[in-house]
Design a binder for this molecule. Structure first.
Ligand SMILES: *[C@@H]1O[C@H](CO)[C@@H](O)[C@H](O)[C@H]1NC(C)=O
Ligand SMILES: *[C@@H]1O[C@H](CO)[C@@H](O)[C@H](O)[C@H]1NC(C)=O
Length: 480
């Protein structure tokens, strides 16, 4: 118990340091706090919450900084922590791509000037960046399922294309890979030196940013890997559901959820005024501005420390940014409460969880293939998985977010297998809905594999409607 408390204290300190160093770096972007309005300075002093397991604080700038995930900040990582008599059997990693250029431009403004070529002596640095570029040039199309073979293997445009991975994004995943290498390869010997192709299972959506993120993580994990042993599969669906995507009820939940979002937005008159003001500055109709999803662009300016755009009529500023970001936080809060998104998530996340559980079960039976799995994906992939697992307090997936499932064998009872779940390096095993109760009964720091299996094969549907016992039944039930 003492150890646990001390550990929590360390976590809190790490979070505090991370926040302080971020705030200092970005000081010029943060308006001098209005001291009359003591709220913001008070929130700084408060002990910071754990960003993986506690809901967003009402500080939109802090939330935005976490979202950027700027490299160089000391990271917490609890991956691979287990008592000595446990042996690591397999690891399953689901990532969001790293920092990217916006997907939309704000009409009539200058796009943020970011160079997407990789340059070793430009920030953010990574000691492996040059070697990574050189290794990528040696790859061949044979390592990729079509149409991945037609994508560039690292970002390369002097003026970033829409949605392109940036150097920051590459560095974030080189770091993720290196961190996982230190724990899983060096410490736990998950793969032997002469690992073989079938021991990896690699899958990515068809965007260059996900493929390149996957390659950067893999390079950090297995530096100078043999290209002949690599095969990236293409996943056409952002839900990673190929073969099992047809699920009418999931779509109904999504429509209701979108309606909820729309209604909440209408209630927020401050948000409405902010959009109107921005539309006036940019000189386009309000509707057109909204359609360009300006927060996506603004986050890019913010994360890259570039001033928000100006026109002759004025500038978009931190005030606008804060209002929109704050609305996102409120939206996430209502999303948790109304549970429509949970319904969508339980159905949407089933196929990828089912796939993962099947691999774990095979590994538990002693099969040695597919013991390291990497799915390179999007926020719209991770978000439903987090929600389905019951990690409702987890933040909206930041750039280069990582969700990891570890499978362990108890050497003292070799037939028993246990699972740990980690989100961005934080152990969230006992925050999941399938292991919350277990925690209270057991002194073991892990969750039995059977709990996860039971959840994915049955309980997640029961949680949905109380009666369905399979994915097919749940997807085809009469409307909600
Ligand atoms: C952000 O930009 C300002 C000026 O534009 C600069 O002084 C500051 O050092 C920059 N911060 C970082 C972290 O690059
Ligand atoms: C779940 O996994 C099993 C075993 O791999 C597979 O046969 C089944 O089709 C999967 N079901 C869904 C809905 O993904």
């Amino acid at each position: 118990m003492l150890f646990r408390n001390r550990f929590l204290l360390l976590l809190a300190l790490a979070a505090l340091l991370a926040f302080l160093s971020l705030s200092i770096q970005f000081f010029h972007l943060i308006p001098v706090p209005a001291t009359k309005n003591g709220a913001s300075s008070k929130s700084r002093k408060r002990i910071l919450p754990d960003p993986a397991t506690e809901p967003p604080v009402t500080d939109p700038i802090y939330e935005a900084l976490l979202y950027c995930n700027i490299p160089s900040v000391a990271e917490r990582n609890m991956e691979g922590h287990a008592p000595h008599h446990f042996k690591l059997i397999s690891v399953h990693v689901l990532i969001r791509h790293g920092d990217r250029y916006p997907l939309y431009a704000i009409p009539k403004t200058k796009r943020p000037e970011i160079d997407c070529t990789l340059v070793a002596n430009r920030k953010p640095y990574h000691p492996k960046l040059e070697a990574f570029i050189s290794h990528m040039s040696k790859g061949s199309g044979a390592s990729f399922e079509s149409p991945l073979n037609s994508l560039p293997r690292h970002p390369n445009h002097p003026v970033c294309e829409m949605g392109e991975l940036t150097q920051t994004g590459v560095v974030q995943h080189l770091q993720n890979g290196q961190l996982l290498r230190d724990i899983y390869i060096k410490k736990h010997k998950l793969l032997p030196n002469d690992w073989f192709a079938d021991q990896l299972y690699l899958e990515t959506t068809g965007k260059s940013r996900t493929l390149q993120s996957g390659l950067a993580l893999l390079y950090g994990f297995l530096p100078d890997f043999d290209w002949k042993k690599i095969y990236f599969r293409h996943q056409p669906s952002a839900l990673f559901c190929s073969g099992n995507c047809y699920c009418p009820l999931r779509n109904q939940y999504l429509e209701k959820e979108q309606r909820r979002q729309y209604l909440l937005r209408l209630q927020n008159s401050q948000l409405e005024r902010t959009y109107e003001e921005m539309a006036r500055i940019v000189d386009i109709p309000n509707k057109q501005l909204r359609a360009a999803n300006p927060i996506d662009s603004l986050l890019c300016y913010f994360c890259h420390n570039i001033s928000f755009p100006c026109t002759r009529s004025g500038c978009i500023d931190m005030g606008h940014f804060k209002v929109i970001k704050m609305h996102q936080i409120e939206d996430e809060k209502e999303r948790r409460e109304k549970k429509l998104y949970l319904g969508y998530s339980l159905l949407g996340a089933h196929p990828i969880l089912n796939q993962t559980v099947s691999r774990m079960q095979r590994a538990a039976k002693g099969r040695e293939d597919e013991i390291f799995t990497l799915y390179s994906a999007h926020d719209v992939t991770l978000s439903p998985v987090l929600s389905a697992l019951g990690l409702s307090e987890a933040r909206f997936p930041r750039f280069a977010a990582r969700l990891i499932f570890e499978l362990w064998q108890d050497r003292e009872k070799p037939s028993e297998h246990s699972v740990r779940v980690l989100y961005n390096g934080v152990d969230v095993t006992f925050h999941t809905s399938f292991c919350q109760d277990h925690h209270r009964r057991s002194p073991k720091p892990m969750c039995p594999l059977e709990n996860l299996v039971r959840f994915v094969k049955r309980d997640m549907f029961v949680a949905l409607d109380g009666t369905s016992s399979s994915y097919y039944d749940a997807c085809h039930r009469e409307g909600i």
